[in-house]
Ligand binder design. Sequence first.
Ligand code: JFZ
Length: 428
Amino acid sequence: MAATPPTQVVIPHAPWFTDDRLGMFVHWGLYSLAARHEWVMYRESMSVGEYSKYFEHFDPDLYDPREWAAAAKNAGMKYVVLTTKHHDGFALWDSALTEYKSTNTPCGRDLLTPYVAALREAGLKVGFYHSVIDWHHPDYTIDGNHADRNNPHWQELNKTRDGAKYREYLHGQVRELLSNYGQIDYLFFDFSYPDVATANPDGGAKFAGKGANDWGSVELMEMIRDLQPGIVVNDRLNVPGDFVTPEQYQPAGAMLSGGKEVPWEACQTLNGSWGYDRDNLDYKSSEQLIHMLIDGVSKGGNLLLNVGPTARGQIDPRAHQALAGIGGWMHLHSRSIYGAGAAGITAPQDARYTLRGNRLYLHLFAWPFQFIHLPGLAGKVRYAQLLNDASEVAMMVLDPGQAAGHMTPAGQASGTLTLKLPVQRPGV
Ligand code: JFZ
């Protein structure tokens, strides 16, 4: 390949991130018992008291993070990111700063210690998700994104709430997470919403959101860099991070921040819910998920694919099936994913290019009618083969009119390389 590819933007202190490309997101906590979306407390406007039934019954007897690690590894994932605390405020570790933690439930143990150990043992990078939103902490002011937003006394309640105290708590918990579990490779904060204004039932704007000042983001980021110099952090503290996180959509191309290209990672659900959602059967197919991964890599991005384990701690069979499908494909095709990125060449219809070194990979989302025409590539490819079985693919340069179709003005297809493929798409 002689084309000059765009250079992948890397995170200087963590080049692994843009090589690894595929990670597993795990949303797991008290909401897994409700089994109807991780925002259930908010959606159903449950009070802390009402929600406490899940705290009282949290007993993940089948929790074995080695199984999670094995599932991730078999799917070709290189890093795993677990919700240490989601918006409900419940801590999966033995935090000294709260009683609202796994050790005080029937579970009775710190869940992060075995998680971190299992990932390291499997050679996976260790990631934490941490919610800056907290529907449980008594000093977190009630706003339109709060589970208690419909409480008629929210204004009086807020007078007793001290944002500075919550900030201190947030920083303290992050300090614990980054001090007590060895090297942490990745941190995903969630999330800022400084410009959102939600209407009150009685008219006026209830809140103007929370952002960098509320979290003390600048100081928090300094502390993080100090405690874990090698870590990568996302951008949801509303101060610059190491990468950006488009959620549940695929960007059109490279992503920019302040006019500069930045590393990015799309996060995606299997079925539209991040937490375990028992009755939701709307699963993406393995093929769709693989296409998502390829599409992202072809634009220089990563994919963080989510599973929501059950309240007993297991990845359910539907999620396993999706992961296994990805794993089967990755087993034969990961060379076109790891360390690969955008090729800087426009791909034909229903196709994507990824480039690793001087190897160009053509991914076909729809199988063509035996021949596929690749504009601009004539004379630039030395050898072509299928990736799944390394079988040779015949290459030819047709005369321009023939390659482009006889209705096309002669000359337009010059430089087009044509590949002759098997009639049937090879089974993988
Ligand atoms: C957040 C959470 O609220 C959600 O439960 C889940 O954890 C997800 C990964 O992150 O949801 C968001 C956060 C940011 C945006 C949208 C949903 N956003 O920036 O558009």
